[in-house]
Write a protein that binds this ligand. Structure first.
Ligand code: MTE
Ligand code: MO
Length: 315
């Protein structure tokens, strides 16, 4: 398998932030002058969510950072690739197929999803396994509500997710060098999937999801590392066995299936004790670094899911 760069250290993460910021400012200015939307934002439509108590005291990450500093390898491995290369991607029409160990397997269009479930505001921290983080105002609905609709059987223990495969619209999926065996896949234990914090997001910052953030539907599991938040989902399958997870397959010694944010368990190649908040001014020594919280600060809501598991060994 050809891996052209160590997994999870894309060039843009190595690039000093000042350089990437000025590159982005130039791009934004050029787009403004020409009256163009930044690629990928073109299809965003207004979307409001019901106000909820799911908030954090942290400052929101500016929308510009949320939508231009992304991991979405289907569009390339640099942080700026998803925003720059996703203009051709078509998030509509879109159908999600839900099956496996359920009483009512079905195919649901994104329109049906938008009208069947109450969209809610969810302001969550997102902590990437690469040790950077953001605070994002998502719009979405509990995954549990969708699971209720398909009625999981008693034998179902896990939920598996799959991203769309469209090499014609996703340049990172074509070409000779492929770091990932598409589709990108990930999964959750059923009780994690049913936790009230787990949502399927359909928007952010008052608009439908930009392509680069996983349009039209992506998973958000705020107590886990960001790679669990699989984007542009086309398939959801209830299973008895633990489903595959793209990063766990690529490097099982580096990325666990559970991937719960844990400052006490370092990644083999870097510390997980602190994180860099994207969009906040870097200090003299290169960083608005803050302490990483166990379960990303959501321990009260989720620690009970992992009773009996040794959380000092792996995440
Ligand atoms: N299909 C797919 N989903 C994905 C990824 C990806 O490369 N492909 N990257 C993951 C990683 S590593 C992170 S940190 C988050 C980033 O989400 P954001 O770009 O919306 O901030 O998406 C996750 N979901
Ligand atoms: Mo990530």
């Amino acid at each position: 398998m050809a891996v052209f760069r160590p997994p999870h250290i894309p060039a843009s993460e190595i690039t000093p932030q000042g350089v990437y910021l000025s590159r982005r400012t130039l791009m934004g200015a050029a787009a403004g002058t020409l009256g163009l939307a930044i690629a990928g934002d073109a299809l965003a439509a207004p979307l409001t969510g019901k106000p909820t108590a799911y908030k954090v005291p942290d400052k929101l990450t500016p929308k510009k950072d949320v939508t231009t500093y992304n991991n979405f390898y289907e569009f390339g491995t640099d942080k700026s690739d998803p925003a720059n290369n996703s203009g051709k991607f078509k998030p509509t029409p879109w159908t999600v197929e839900i099956g496996g160990l359920v009483a009512k397997p079905q195919k649901i269009s994104i329109e049906d999803i938008m009208s069947s479930f109450t969209m809610e505001d969810r302001i969550y921290r997102m902590r990437c396994v690469e040790a950077w983080s953001m605070v994002i105002p998502w719009i979405g609905f509990p995954l549990s509500a969708l699971l209720d609709k398909v009625e999981p059987l008693g034998s179902a223990k896990y939920v598996a997710f799959e991203t769309v495969v469209r090499p014609d619209e996703m340049p990172g999926q074509s070409g000779f060098f492929q770091s990932i065996n598409w589709p990108y896949v990930d999964g959750l234990r059923l009780d994690e999937a049913r936790n009230p914090l787990t949502i399927l997001a359909t928007g952010l910052y008052g608009e439908t999801l930009p392509n680069q953030n996983g349009a039209p539907l992506r998973l958000v599991v705020p107590w886990k590392y960001g790679f669990k938040g699989i984007k542009s989902i086309v398939k959801i399958t209830l299973t008895e066995k633990q489903p595959p997870c793209t990063w766990n397959i690529l490097a099982p010694n580096e990325y666990g299936f559970y991937a719960n944010v844990n400052p006490k368990v370092d990644h083999p190649r870097w510390s997980q004790a602190t994180e860099r908040r994207i969009g906040e001014s870097a200090g003299l020594f290169g960083g608005a670094r803050i302490d990483t919280l166990p379960f990303n600060g959501y321990g009260e809501q989720v620690a009970g899911l992992y009773k009996g598991m040794d959380l000092t060994k792996f995440y």
